[in-house]
Design a protein around this ligand. Structure first.
Ligand SMILES: [Zn+2]
Length: 247
């Protein structure tokens, strides 16, 4: 799997609260939930730290058991074909618990404003691809049946590992996929806000000319509406991240 990605902050004053990381065979994309500047999060670390911490821990846990040290070839798919066994959910739950433990002493994790994030995760496991989608980020699966968009529900990852159960997960044969594209909501405005293309067009744009150009197309349209009048939105520019996996 070849991964290419781009990420860009929406505004200079709050920094980039999206996070993306990849390793051989695995990629994660998170979108930290940006509350208004000055909101008491009950956390001295902040939203960007949370997204980064959860992303790196999740990536590490996703890689456990993969690779040449993993032993004999992997067996049948564990995800969509076997309800109740959702390996990436367990890994996300573990990563949420890890992050919570790392700042429970210094921060109030019961605060309703405690940092939270959307999560996209994808990994290759032998002949299979496992994916996970939590909250309003989008995964585009591009294969022999065309482009399928997978978007999560209302629940985010915050301080409670049980929130991982709300994720949408699945497993597909790697041979049926040409590409997968992971997108935060700042990078899907061309489709779900401006309506200038569809998921199929966005997947093509992510593949060629690529993730950075996809984000720039969003920015070009945003700049034509600097007061958010034509397209009402809380942030004129949102943090935007796109990662493309080619199989
Ligand atoms: Zn904290």
């Amino acid at each position: 799997m070849k991964v290419s990605w781009a990420t860009e902050q929406g505004s200079a004053e709050r920094g980039n609260e999206d996070f993306v990381a990849a390793a051989p065979g695995a990629v994660v994309v998170l979108d930290g939930c940006g509350l208004p500047l000055g909101t008491d999060l009950g956390c001295v670390h902040g939203t960007a730290w949370y997204a980064r911490s959860l992303g790196t821990r999740l990536l590490a846990r996703m890689l456990d058991g993969l690779g040449p040290q993993a032993g004999p070839p992997v067996g049948p798919p564990e995800g969509a074909h076997r309800p109740g066994r959702r390996p990436l959910v367990a890994r996300l739950a573990g990563a949420i618990a890890d992050v919570a433990a790392s700042h429970r002493e210094s921060c109030d994790l019961r605060a309703p404003t405690t940092p939270a994030a959307t999560v996209l995760a994808l990994r290759v496991r032998g002949e299979w691809v496992d994916y996970l989608v939590l909250a309003d980020s989008t995964l585009l699966l591009d294969g022999r049946r065309g482009v399928e968009a997978v978007t999560g529900g209302p629940a985010y990852a915050a301080a409670d590992p049980a929130m991982a159960e709300a994720a949408i997960t699945g497993t597909v044969p790697v041979g049926e996929l040409d590409r997968a594209t992971l997108l935060t909501d700042g990078a899907t405005r061309l489709v779900d806000m401006f309506g200038v293309t569809d998921w199929d067009g966005l997947a093509k744009l992510a593949a060629d000319p690529g993730p950075a150009e996809l984000i720039e197309r969003n920015r070009e349209i945003e700049r034509t509406d600097p007061r958010a009048a034509r397209w009402p939105r809380n942030k004129v520019h949102d943090d935007a991240t796109a990662a493309v996996c080619a199989f």
